[in-house]
Design a protein around this ligand. Structure first.
Ligand SMILES: [Zn+2]
Length: 65
């Protein structure tokens, strides 16, 4: 009998930062928004009724629907 190695466990090496982008296919857009001024890498902070960039101060109000 050869030794059986379980290789089903996912690698723990994946960086946590990747979770921001690679969610599930097309759902990633909703997770975090990038600042349109600062560009990719700078995320907008979520507030109750708006999102804002802590870097440049850009603010965008959410549409209540
Ligand atoms: Zn910004």
């Amino acid at each position: 009998m050869a030794d059986k190695k379980k290789s089903a466990a996912p690698k723990k090496e994946a960086s946590a930062k990747k979770n921001y982008y690679s969610v599930n296919g097309d759902k990633l857009e909703r997770v975090k928004r990038n600042c349109p001024k600062c560009g990719p890498g700078v995320f907008l902070a979520e507030h109750k009724d708006r999102v804002s960039c802590g870097k440049c101060g850009y603010t965008e109000f959410k549409n209540k629907n």
